[in-house]
Design a protein around this ligand. Structure first.
Ligand SMILES: NC(=O)c1ccc[n+]([C@@H]2O[C@H](COP(=O)([O-])OP(=O)(O)OC[C@H]3O[C@@H](n4cnc5c(N)ncnc54)[C@H](O)[C@@H]3O)[C@@H](O)[C@H]2O)c1
Length: 325
């Protein structure tokens, strides 16, 4: 079986490529390297193409029959999406439509899509279930809602089957140290805490007065290798003739920013310098998934449920990166 992975040079995509190769799948990666890295892609797999080039994407999909596409490629910064909405609607929504058009032309009708908890905006309650309404509070989330809606129409009209995985906070690194998180610029908490340790510059915590046990925001951290496995199960569901589905991809456990800081201090044995700043607009106090549907329908279970285990894999990668640079 041959799987095309868009965005496979990035953080989550590159971990999923490893998972697919480890399971014996043939893989090609379609990535324009706008944010990913050539060193994240094993030799021979990269097709350096941007998704809005429909003809080039079709040609890559037609080199040899592709059975399914896993689509990670997107821009991911919520803050940037509120300054440059046109960029996010173009790259996340229009470029996805270009990919789907190329897939139709190449006769590929199975897709796993990287969606996000941002489609729910400020949920009324937690844990969040899949049937909660779309209510994005930023352009990034809206750009993903639009793709989910395109896919809803493509199923009955084109018999185009999709699984949308709405990720909570992807975190950690490959336990064998082969890949890790290297966003540029970095906006994710664990790498930012490491950076604060390395530079001594305090990390800014956005809000310490939320109605949570310690006043800081609570998020659901899913290990990137567990997330990669969810993609494997999702693609296998589609390859077996399964129906289109939407799933939350989280663990169901929430941790506060302060709990993350404590975990990083335990794992690294170092103090994290931080300061509590004002709240950030549009940040819900608590985002935790109800991941029951993913567990029931796909038989998925998190293997990295302990926070310190997640942080340890990230720290091991961070140390190897510092040593090799
Ligand atoms: N990281 C998270 O916690 C998180 C949470 C929710 C959803 N997501 C979604 O998961 C996906 C992957 O996120 P990530 O953290 O691995 O991001 P990333 O930036 O590390 O990877 C994205 C990859 O897509 C490529 N890309 C972007 N636009 C492209 C285009 N038009 N054509 C070809 N390649 C393009 C980039 O070069 C990069 O390699 C994204 O769709 C993101 O919205 C991530």
């Amino acid at each position: 079986m041959r799987i095309a992975v868009t965005g496979g040079a990035g953080y989550i995509g590159s971990h999923t490529v490893l998972e697919l190769l480890d399971r014996g799948y043939e893989v090609i990666v379609i990535d324009d390297l706008s944010h990913g890295y050539r060193h994240n892609v094993p030799p021979g797999l990269l097709r350096e193409i941007t998704l809005s080039d429909t003809a080039a994407v079709k040609a890559a999909l037609a080199e040899k029959p592709v059975d399914a596409v896993i689509h990670f490629a997107a821009f991911i910064s919520v803050g940037e999406s509120m300054q440059r909405p046109e960029l996010y609607f173009q790259n996340n929504t229009c470029a996805s439509l270009s990919l789907f058009t190329a897939m139709l032309q190449a006769g590929v009708r199975k897709l796993v899509f990287s969606s996000t908890a941002a489609v729910y905006g400020m949920p009324q309650s937690v844990p969040i279930r899949e049937e909660f309404p779309y209510a994005p509070v930023n352009v990034y989330g809206e750009s993903k809602v639009m793709v989910e809606k395109i896919l809803d129409w493509f199923d009955p009209i084109h018999q185009f089957k999709s699984v949308c995985l709405r990720y909570f906070n992807a975190s950690g690194a490959d336990p064998q140290g082969r890949r890790g998180e290297e966003h540029q610029p970095e906006t994710h908490l664990i790498p930012l805490l490491f950076r604060a340790i390395e530079t001594g510059e305090p990390v800014k915590v956005f809000g310490g007065d939320y109605a949570t046990p310690d006043g800081t925001c609570i998020r659901d951290y899913i290990h990137v290798t567990d997330l990669a496995q969810a993609h494997l199960f999702a693609v296998e569901h589609l390859l077996a003739g399964g129906a289109s589905e939407k799933f939350n991809a989280g663990t169901g456990s929430g941790f506060s920013v302060k709990q993350m800081i404590e975990s990083v201090e335990r794992v690294t044995g170092k103090k994290v310098p931080y300061e509590i700043g004002p709240r950030r607009d549009g940040d819900p106090p608590e985002l935790v998934a109800d991941s029951g549907k993913l567990q029931r329908v796909l038989g998925w279970k998190p293997r990295f449920a302990q926070l310190d285990e997640i942080v340890r894999t990230a720290w091991n990668f961070e140390r190897s990166r510092v040593i090799s640079h």
